[in-house]
Design a binder for this molecule. Structure first.
Ligand code: HSE
Length: 299
């Protein structure tokens, strides 16, 4: 018995929501096959498209799967996982999250769903911990639940699915450099000023309100990051120019996707999202910088 999965790419943070907000892309992602086999335990039998470890304990899928199986009575069978990577590691669109979420989702399906999708987040987070040293849930939650998600709290874990308007599209450009999440986290300060915090939580509230009320202008006004973007954007080639280009071409807002180097823009309608993609491409072409670009409905 086996299941073939699409493991979606995700955009974490969304400017104001560092480590708490994320969204799921509908057409960028990996594929995975999870197979129930007689041999006990979890084995990664194939990884195509990336040079990643096959050892279960060193692979994010393996670690997430083991975290899940530890909580169940011992099984007299096991699982094999084949991973077909399209999302590059260190791209900022949730490569490790796609693999972690895919593994636990697939095993859960093959077991007859002992867990809800929300329950699976805590196991997939263990893959994120292996990948970046930090068990953040803002990529695995949207990968598992779809759409927009909010991590209202980490302890106890409280994940909320957020409604979003139909016509919301994301454009994501990935300048082809690798930026490790652990490195992008090491530039952050451990303390923020009260003044910055007030702006940030005002924007988080505004963004959530905008999503629920389909107020695109409010969504745009709220896509601002006072705390993380100023420190990380210097690591991303052409960041200011790409962001400005996105805004000039009709984006509601733009910022760093996850820990970067990908840059996202949200817009109303596919035409605007395509126009932004074209304009962003021109910026990197002029800079002679290789890039990949996706336009995706938020799903
Ligand atoms: N919230 C995490 C970070 C996402 O920005 O470090 C990593 O993809």
């Amino acid at each position: 018995k086996e299941i073939k999965l699409f493991c979606p790419a995700t955009i974490a943070n969304l400017s104001c929501g560092f480590d708490v907000l994320g969204l799921c892309l509908d057409n960028a992602g990996d594929e995975m096959i999870v197979r129930k086999v007689d041999q006990k335990g979890v084995r990664i039998t194939k990884i195509a498209g990336a040079d990643l470890p096959l050892e279960t304990e060193k692979n994010v899928s393996g670690v997430a799967a083991l975290a899940m199986l530890e909580t169940l009575d011992e099984l007299d069978f096991g699982f094999e996982i084949e991973i077909y990577k399209n999302i590059k590691a260190g791209s900022g669109i949730g490569s490790s999250a796609a693999s972690s979420a895919g593994a636990v989702f697939g095993i859960n399906e093959l077991l007859g769903r002992p867990y809800s999708r929300k329950d699976l987040v805590q196991f997939a987070m263990q893959g994120e911990k292996l990948a970046s040293g930090n068990a953040h849930a803002d990529n695995v939650a949207p990968a598992l639940l779809g759409g927009f998600t909010l991590v209202r709290s980490y302890a106890p874990l409280d994940i909320i699915r957020i409604d979003s308007p139909e016509e919301l599209y994301a454009t994501v450009v990935h300048p082809q450099i690798e930026l490790k999440t652990s490195d992008a986290r090491s530039v952050l300060k451990q303390n923020v000023s009260l003044k910055s915090a007030i702006m940030q939580w005002g924007n988080v509230g505004g963004l959530i309100a905008g999503l629920y009320t389909k107020d695109y202008d409010l969504i745009g006004r709220s896509l601002h990051d006072e705390i993380v973007e100023p420190l990380r954007s210097v690591l991303i080639p052409g960041f200011d120019q790409i962001k400005q280009t996105a805004l000039e071409n009709g984006a509601l807002g733009s910022g760093i996707s996850g820990s970067g180097p990908s840059i996202f823009a949200l817009s109303r309608g596919k035409n605007t999202a395509d126009q932004i993609a074209k304009a962003m491409s021109e910026v990197y072409e002029k800079m002679n910088l290789p890039y990949e670009i996706h336009v995706s409905k938020i799903n």
